[in-house]
Write a protein that binds this ligand. Sequence first.
Ligand code: TXA
Ligand code: MG
Length: 342
Amino acid sequence: MAEQTLDLAAIAAAARLLEKGALAAFPTETVYGLGADAENPAAVARIYQAKGRPSDHPVIVHVAPGADLTHWSDDLPQEAQQLVAAFWPGPLTLIVKRAAHIPDAVSGGQDTVGLRCPSHPVAIALLQEFKGGKGGLAAPSANKFGNVSPTTAQHVRDEFSDELASGLLGAVLDGGQSEVGIESTIVDLSRLATHGPVLLRPGHISSEQIAAVIGRAPALADAAAPRASGTLESHYAPHTPVAMQHKDDLGETLNRLLNDGRRVALIHYSDLPPASASVRLTADPQGYAHALYASLRTMDQVGAELILVEAPPTGPDWLGINDRLRRAAFGSSGILQQFLDA
Ligand code: TXA
Ligand code: MG
């Protein structure tokens, strides 16, 4: 994106739509977001309507670089300021106590708010233009509830073709393919005194990086942690069943399924025999995350009965990737065995 010139007219037009309470989708460095004025409950309600998402699920509020965070929270811990200084603009969302005047709609009725300042130049330009940089855009990933998040403008247009036609979605800003490719890391700082920092969703910014800044590693989410829809067991899922297997078993599994006449799509990064369709991703976590969702979407469209995914490595840099793949495969647990037993 850096060399590309921004379409300032399109960005200004989207900002005007958003100021009137309409929905506009925009690129971020993680995935595309479906934006609405965070301080307009009717606008936020349109997000839930378009996504088919339960309205008790909170949405992240996106703010411009340098925004006054005391507008959103009157209880910003020092840790929040340290993390903002270290990682914003960037793929990190902070959960903090919300100020009383912030509508219930963005927090799903909880007493917290999720704040994030994205680094994508189009997102930044939009946030600076919207309400003169003083507003916030509530924006979940721009996909129907439970589906794979979009990493290109075309994914958004495919996902919301009906809503674009009806006018419920007013605009889709194009910022090319999202660089990071998986959703932001979410850290809960709203219960520091009792629980310390808690990692609600792993992402590109790791626990180790967070610990290096605030002096302690975030704990894994506990049962009392604030609800996050991205933390539902089944999420980020294509329509085709997904199964994960280690490469040592995958060669034989593929052989058996293909011999049985099954149509199998394969997402892998090691040398493996061909499947009915396949995508080979790079073996580095950044490159892998960048291409993962687009690969899931592509493999979802080849008419396969199963998407087999070679289980990625398990190091800390692969945590976010494993988390998303586990959720993509959750709803299809058992299907591989069923095929093998048939
Ligand atoms: O990278 C991202 O975070 C993308 C881009 C568009 O910024 N957004 C995104 O939004 O992934 P969404 O709504 O698909 O996922 C946000 C997650 C959800 O699981 C939501 O429940 C959680 O953040 N969340 C938002 N506000 C929260 C809050 N106050 N407390 C707990 N969880 C919260
Ligand atoms: Mg999402």
